[in-house]
Design a protein around this ligand. Structure first.
Ligand code: ZN
Length: 442
């Protein structure tokens, strides 16, 4: 193993020959676990486990929490080399030649200033604001300063989408992509793109860490990953959280003054988010079992199609797809459509079919809430008040509408059996950003 593989990381593999080398490389040996009474705490993931659960023979212990990264046990040590920032900077660092809108320009400067000062900051940008491009300037300046950076996301699909875009934007920089499903070996690089889970392998490595889609499951709910992001960054390093839907934990940090926040309330085309319209449909599920959709939903779907607009109809559960599908086949016989869900083997082909115009609409579960963009569509949710839709998922779903310049508006309707906190919070977030957006447009 090359010494550079230990830079800013904690590796479980010892290299005894290095101790005989002269001069000896600066390898630090660190403990892996700490015992407090009947609990054992893992120093990689920060989680505590009861000793009787984590026990190995001979009074040794392991961590069951982060075992999918390789077993950490009291039998091991961490071997670590403090991050030396051993990079050669080749100009131009930024090889992206696109243009930012004046508002994006302003946000890019805020991000850049925060990264230069190594601040902990939150950029709250609406869906479809173009936030990836807005971080390019900050990243470019940091790379030019010789900093080590990581762009992490809780979701593999976000990483897979970001990696080629960053490769194109920073062609003269060494990059590495890390996620659990991949077999490629690790190598030392100035810019790391990884899942937030992979951050557990790093220790005081990054001068700046960017976490994209920070609200996405499972990060929001997972203390271990928050712990990972904190310790992956150098002590004096900066952290930028990017999100369209900050959860309560982040907003609490903002209120306490631990996190600076900046807003980008307008989309790249300069328009507001479409408002969410609520429709009360008490007992819709009972009626659905008898073969009926809410009349107001059906007439809205007919209206959209008559106006020449395609749409996405979200339903809470995979089991709802067949029922809703069969009702719509009868109700809208002239309109081609299909249903799709996360485990659907034809998922990609169906999404592509919607893109190509093969379908007038898709009936789907929450899988299409992020990342998928169809121009000029309307967006409807049946049963938006069901627990499967978090408030951040609802904001993301609503954000599928109005993304193209050719139709920057769109109709967004939620059908609910009753009022609920998650729906109210989604509506409030959209209205809040629109108020900020309106103030900017004045
Ligand atoms: Zn652990």
């Amino acid at each position: 193993m090359d010494l550079s593989e230990y830079y800013g990381r904690r590796v479980l593999v010892d290299q005894p020959e290095w101790r005989r080398a002269k001069p000896a490389p600066p390898v630090e040996v660190l403990p892996t676990m700490a015992r407090h009474g009947q609990m054992i705490r893992c120093l990689r993931c920060g989680q505590e486990t009861a000793c009787r659960v984590a026990a190995l023979p001979n009074d040794e212990f392991y961590c069951p929490r982060c075992i999918n990264l390789g077993r950490v046990a009291t039998l091991n040590k961490f071997y670590h080399v403090p991050e030396p920032n051993q990079f050669t900077v080749t100009s131009p660092v930024l090889t992206w030649t696109g243009q930012l809108s004046p508002l994006q320009e302003e946000a890019a400067n805020t991000v850049d200033a925060g990264m230069t000062a190594h601040r902990h900051q939150l950029l709250w940008a609406v869906t479809g604001a173009g936030k990836t491009e807005m971080m390019f300037r900050g990243i470019a300046h940091a790379l030019a300063r010789g900093e080590r950076l990581a762009v992490a996301s809780p979701r593999v699909d976000v990483c897979l989408e970001l990696y080629p875009r960053l490769q194109t934007a920073f062609q003269n920089t060494s990059l590495v992509l890390l996620h659990g499903r991949q077999e490629l070996p690790y190598h030392y690089a100035q810019l790391t793109v990884c899942t937030t889970h992979q951050l557990l392998r790093f220790y005081h490595a990054f001068d700046n860490l960017i976490i994209d889609e920070v609200d996405a499951f499972p990060f929001a709910a997972n203390d271990a990953l928050l712990f990972a992001s904190r310790q992956a960054v150098k002590k004096a390093g900066g952290c930028l959280y990017l999100t369209a839907t900050p959860g309560s934990a982040l907003l609490r940090q903002v209120r306490r003054g631990h996190l600076a926040v900046s807003y980008l309330p307008l989309r790249y085309h300069g328009h507001l988010l479409p408002r969410i319209h609520l429709h009360l449909a008490p007992g819709w599920r009972r009626r659905l079992q008898r073969g009926h959709l809410p009349a107001s939903l059906l007439s809205q779907l007919r209206q959209s199609l008559a106006d020449g607009y395609r749409f996405l109809l979200f339903v809470p559960h995979v089991a709802d797809l067949a029922v809703v599908g069969s009702i719509l086949r009868t109700a809208l016989p002239r309109h081609p459509f299909t249903t799709v869900h996360a485990a659907d083997p034809d998922r990609l082909a169906k999404v592509q079919g919607m893109r190509n115009g093969k379908y007038d609409f898709l009936v789907t579960t929450t899988i299409l809430e992020r990342g998928v963009t169809f121009p000029e569509i309307d967006v409807f949710v049946l049963g938006a008040d069901e627990p499967v839709f978090s408030s951040s998922a609802l904001v993301q779903i609503a954000g599928r509408a109005g993304r193209s310049l050719s139709r920057p508006t769109g109709t967004v309707g939620f059908w609910i059996a009753g009022q609920c906190r998650r729906v109210r919070s989604a509506v409030r977030q959209v209205d809040f950003m629109n108020r900020k957006g309106r103030a900017l447009k004045r």
